[in-house]
Design a protein around this ligand. Structure first.
Ligand SMILES: Cc1ncc(COP(=O)(O)O)c(C=O)c1O
Length: 474
């Protein structure tokens, strides 16, 4: 962790604990430098980091102050558990994905990072070499559970994080969604209860709809991201078989849950004998130096099926994913051989070469740096444009910003108005059931700032402003 990150974390804890109240002034840069022993530049970086996270704000010629949003008394009361027995999300997601597909729609609604950042010439060179080899077309080792060398490389990456893993624990899939779907299908039968976070990637809702499952949701905790009390209450109250959770670089909100909370989730999974499907598809897109630990790290009883892919780091053209399936490897392969069968042998072979020669790490370092830079610019630009009643949830990772609009504004209405102007954004209806509030939108901030993006954000802020004006004058 950088020194500035450590300092920002210390200050964040003081704010979250209520030791520093809203609108109180932070020590000046010079004072903080003397207190902490860090250089002025480190302190400035830490303060700017906190500002970007929305935890402090700067007043010109005066200094930095604690922002209002984390003040204990101002926290929204978490909504309660909810049961969703008849999910109908598929048509909405289908319509949405179709609407943003066209090349002339501004890509702020896309779930994928800017393709220019993902394109890697070395990867394409290796792919071209493999495309010329007959063995890439006729080999059989790509069939479930997938190319052994690729599985070994992935297993070694788990070992580096302190998670003992063998190639046989891994099943290669056609992207993370395939891994997630196969895992859920292997662990459930129609009518079973599963637990989701209240706000979750629409793929989870779609899978539950397709498999005829009953969904219990727990609200997000406004500070830590994960509400342990609601989680425990849900496990007590309902016969939950499987949880599908996203605890690192959450899509769409962006938070990563602290290790102490993950540890407690693992104990509760053991106590209640529940399995967890962990969606960790953005795991590599952290900023700084510390890769967040997956739930798999805390999994002593082999209850976690950890799913991830290369799609968010190398692009949708390299749709290869995997599941740490462990004891469920066979069950998942059975389902795979009846459905998606295998990821392309050409891509699996290419990835083996690309990963074994350490090109991936270099690519990831550059990607993370660019994403951080772009997201900070988006945040600053949005702060200047949006009415201050809109809250921008900034987290130091990934490439999404989650924007909370005033309670009377509906995310889907904003989406509909913007898509008429060829601007795509993702409304909260894609991620949350109709039983909960829908005044949120997600923006993809992985793009370099340019006049088209500026114009799109101008229209976005105008549309929101019109709603605010109408409401306040009504
Ligand atoms: C949270 C989350 N999980 C899973 C997926 C699917 O990943 P893949 O493209 O590797 O199938 C996505 C894609 O947008 C996602 O956002």
């Amino acid at each position: 962790m950088y020194k500035s990150e450590q300092l920002a974390l210390n200050i964040r804890q003081l704010i979250e604990n209520g030791a520093w109240k809203a609108h109180s002034k932070l020590p000046s840069l010079r004072e903080q430098s003397q207190i902490s022993g860090y250089s002025l530049m480190t302190v400035l970086n830490a303060y700017q980091e906190l500002e970007a996270q929305g935890l402090v704000y700067a007043k010109q010629k005066s200094g930095f102050y604690v922002a209002e949003r984390l003040n204990q008394t101002e926290r929204p009361v978490p909504s309660s558990l909810s049961l969703n027995a008849h999910i109908q999300m598929n048509s909405l997601v289908f319509g949405y994905l179709k609407s943003i597909q066209s090349a002339d729609v501004s890509p702020l609604g896309s779930a994928f990072p800017n393709a220019e950042l993902l394109f890697n010439p070395k990867l394409m060179q290796i792919l071209a070499q493999h495309a010329k080899r007959k063995s890439s077309y006729f080999s059989h080792d790509h069939m479930p559970p997938g190319n052994y060398e690729l599985r070994t490389i992935i297993a070694n990456r788990y070992c580096l994080q302190g998670i003992p893993t063998h190639a046989n624990d891994i099943v290669i899939t056609s992207g993370a969604l395939d891994a997630l779907n196969l895992s859920l299908q292997a662990l459930t039968k129609p009518g079973d209860f599963i637990l989701l976070q209240e706000t979750i990637f629409y793929g989870a809702w779609q899978a539950a709809e397709r498999l005829g499952l009953q969904v219990i949701t727990i609200p997000e905790h406004p500070v830590s991201g994960f509400d342990l009390d609601s989680f425990e209450q849900a496990l007590k109250q309902y016969p939950i078989k499987v949880c599908w959770l996203m605890l690192n670089i959450h899509n769409p909100i962006g938070f990563s849950v602290r290790d102490e909370i993950k540890q407690r989730i693992a104990s509760l999974l053991e106590d209640y004998q529940v399995y967890l499907i962990e969606d960790d598809v953005y795991q590599e897109l952290y900023y700084g130096t510390q890769k967040p630990l997956p739930m798999k790290y805390f999994d002593r009883q082999q209850r976690v099926l950890h799913c991830a892919s290369f799609s968010k780091t190398l692009g949708s053209a390299v749709r290869v994913g995997w599941v740490y399936a462990g004891q469920f490897s066979n069950a998942i392969q059975h389902l795979q051989l009846m459905s998606t069968v295998s990821a392309s042998p050409l891509l699996q072979n290419t990835l083996v070469d690309f990963l074994s020669h350490h090109h991936y790490e270099k690519h990831l370092r550059q990607l993370r740096k660019q994403l951080e830079k772009h997201k900070k610019v988006f945040y600053q630009q949005l702060k200047q444009r949006l009415n201050p009643t809109c809250k921008i949830h900034y987290y130091s990772s990934g490439y999404f910003l989650w924007i909370e609009l005033p309670a009377y504004i509906d995310g889907y209405t904003i989406y509909q108005l913007l898509i008429q102007n060829k601007i795509g954004i993702a409304p909260s209806q894609l991620f949350r059931s109709e039983q909960v509030s829908q005044n949120f939108i997600r923006l993809n901030c992985s793009f370099a700032w340019n006049s088209d993006i500026a114009a799109a954000l101008d229209v976005l802020s105008e549309v929101i402003q019109q709603h605010i004006t109408q409401y306040t004058h009504a």
